[in-house]
Design a protein around this ligand. Structure first.
Ligand code: HEM
Length: 164
């Protein structure tokens, strides 16, 4: 006996018209047109994927292969990188592209697999909320990072700077 695996999004065969070959979608999308959004989202996944290859492998090479490699990674290593606007912009691009790429990928998965309207809605609310928090926090960290934190005129422990 052979089992047939339906392709993704194929829905269930229409029960009313056996043998008609018509497929009912698992759920109805709302009628409003989304314009070209899905086409741009599709294109964005390909383009951001190509840029991410360069950013991620560049990041890994500089952090793990150059110099002492992984043994050099500590607070000072990160502080040194973020003192340079080049690495700030590099890490910012990696953060934004990975988050938007990953979020759009998970949005596609939710649309493909969550059948109930409310389930899709709430999964996407959680997804977008998490993405927003991570992008804002990550961006703030990259641009407000202070290797020599001082509070009330006292240098805080854990900083990178030598004692005055
Ligand atoms: C090395 C760089 C990367 C490349 C070249 C790449 C490429 C791609 C491409 C072309 C797709 C679309 C697949 C499709 O529509 O069938 C995709 C989907 C996806 N990517 Fe990436 N990606 C990369 C990094 C990442 C990262 C860093 C994340 C997570 C933050 C991620 C998460 C996802 C997810 C969740 C999907 C959706 C999977 C699906 O539709 O089944 N990718 N990726």
């Amino acid at each position: 006996m052979t089992a047939t695996i339906q392709p993704p999004r194929s829905g269930r065969p229409s029960s009313g018209q056996p043998g008609s070959g018509r497929i009912q979608p698992k759920y109805r999308r709302n009628g409003s047109s989304k314009g070209n959004f899905e086409m741009f989202a599709w294109l964005f996944m390909r383009l951001s994927g190509v840029v991410l290859v360069v950013l991620i492998f560049g990041h890994l090479a500089v952090n793990l292969l150059v110099g002492e490699g992984i043994h050099a990674i500590d607070f000072g290593f990160v502080a040194g990188k973020w003192a340079d606007p080049f690495w700030q912009v590099w890490d910012l691009a990696m953060l934004w592209l990975a988050m938007l790429h990953g979020t759009n990928g998970v949005r596609t998965i939710i649309n493909d697999y969550a059948e109930r309207d409310a389930t899709r809605l709430w999964l996407k609310v959680v997804l977008y909320a998490a993405t927003t928090v991570i992008i804002i926090l990550g961006t703030l960290v990259i641009f407000t990072f202070d290797p020599c934190p001082v509070a009330n005129g006292v240098q805080l422990p854990g900083g990178f700077c030598p004692a005055p």
